[in-house]
Design a protein around this ligand. Structure first.
Ligand code: ADP
Length: 423
């Protein structure tokens, strides 16, 4: 079957590439915004600290560059060098005022480190209104050993706070993602729908094709039989009656098959297992296909395992399986030379049906077991069929706990191998 939904597949491919690019760009921008917000936070804290140095007498040499007195050993920790012990109350008040002035709205643990004691002597928790995200957790204030005293400013929720500044970006990115997913899902649904439509159309086409020819032949034969002088020609009468009979048998066979497949598809297979010789059943399948084989001058050879292979399986379904495979081997070969081999492999019974037909490309080998799938050259079906046989065969084989494989090369024939457990 030609995939006419090809265009749609191309659209899906292009959309996937575009969506991936959009997501990558989004992530890139989010990361950029995060970096920007980080930088902004750092600038604001530095400004607050400079303000604090201005507000209070913390160092002896005020003329010196304030920036040199600030150390930022970790992103969330600032050390402010001091030469004297500041007045505590005014220190905390000033600090809070400076931080709010420069929009640093996240909680802060402040402490005074004494160089002599190598420990914090004073600690204060500065709670700010718009603080933490996610819920407050207790992060201890790290102690860093220095050869000078300092004020430590520790922002335990710095990361969360920065993310909070990015709410708008994260929300819009998330929204875009949801829209893209919805868009992708709709295109996929559309594709599935289109694919289904096409397979259905194909099926109806094949169906019509399959039934049109026998019906036309029957119509012509019936017209001949209606001719006035026909009773005087018993030979002709017999001939045309047998043509009608033949065509009707063919139609009956096809209808039976369709019903069978439709039935097995909607119901789990009820296997009625019995013990039989696979070689005998294969021979029966070959005999059943004798008319078709004769019509196409097919040569069917058998390389059966000499001892016979007994299996316990559903005989009727197995017969249908063999008929399907051998019929395909005849149908898809111009001058069919078919070999049917049976052998055992461990506890498995193996049946290999080899033909010298048109073969199947690697890509199509994966698809031939799908319902309604038929290989087409252009849009023209050269052989009749519904594309249901192999799907049916696979189902039967798998219900028996076996598996089916195909080895094929275009132009060099195909081999279908079935392996089913003997018991
Ligand atoms: P149908 O024969 O009714 O089309 P099947 O399900 O039996 O349906 O086969 C599906 C398709 O697989 C066929 O249309 C044909 O293109 C391909 N195929 C099956 N058997 C063979 C074979 N022996 N050689 C080449 N092609 C095959």
């Amino acid at each position: 079957m030609v995939i006419r939904s090809k265009t749609l597949r191309l659209v899906i491919l292009i959309s996937t590439v575009l969506v991936t690019i959009i997501i990558a760009v989004q992530l890139f921008w989010l990361q950029k915004v995060y970096k920007y917000e980080e930088k902004q936070f750092n600038i604001n804290v530095s400004k607050s600290i400079r303000g604090l140095y201005r507000d209070m007498q913390l160092v002896n040499d005020v003329s010196d560059n304030v920036q040199k007195k600030i150390e930022n050993p970790k992103p969330d920790l600032y050390l402010l060098r001091i030469d004297c012990n500041p007045h505590l109350d005014s220190l905390w008040t000033n600090l809070k005022a400076e931080l709010t002035d420069f929009d640093v709205y996240t909680d802060c643990k402040a402490a005074i480190y004494s160089q002599e004691k190598n420990a914090y002597t004073e600690e204060e928790y500065i709670d700010l209104p718009d603080a933490y995200f996610p819920p407050k957790e207790k992060k201890p204030l790290p102690v860093l050993k220095r050869d000078y005293s300092y004020i430590a400013l520790f922002f335990p929720h710095r990361g969360g706070y920065i993310l909070k500044q990015m709410y708008f970006w994260i929300a819009s990115g998330g929204l875009l993602l949801v829209v893209l997913i919805a868009f992708g899902a709709s295109i996929f649904y559309l594709y599935k729908q289109k694919f289904l439509n096409e397979t259905q159309k194909d099926f109806v086409n094949n169906f019509t094709h399959e039934f049109k020819t026998p019906l036309a032949v029957i119509k012509i034969a019936a017209e001949v039989l209606q001719q006035p002088g026909i009773s005087q020609k018993p030979e002709k009468l017999k001939n045309y009656a047998s043509i009608i009979n033949e065509q009707i048998s063919h139609l009956q066979g096809q209808t039976q098959r369709l019903l069978e497949i439709a039935y097995t598809d909607s119901n789990a297979l009820q296997l009625e297992k019995e013990k039989f010789d696979v070689n005998d059943l294969l021979q029966q399948a070959i005999n059943n296909l004798h008319p078709l084989a004769e019509e196409k001058n097919a040569v069917i050879q058998t390389t059966f395992s000499s001892t016979g292979i007994m299996v316990t399986a559903d005989k009727y379904y197995m017969l249908l399986t063999f008929i399907n495979l051998i019929e395909n081997a005849i149908k898809y070969s111009t001058s069919p030379k078919i070999n049917i081999a049976t052998y055992t492999e461990g506890h498995d019974c193996c049946i290999a049906v080899k033909d010298n037909g048109i073969g199947i490309s690697e890509e199509n080998q994966k698809k031939i077991f799908n319902r309604f799938f038929r290989v087409t050259e252009g849009d023209l079906h050269t052989t009749n069929g519904f594309g249901l046989g192999l799907n049916f065969v696979k189902k039967i084989v798998e219900e028996h706990g076996g598996k089916i494989d195909v080895k094929s090369e275009p132009g060099n024939g195909s081999t279908f191998i079935i392996k089913i457990p003997q018991h």
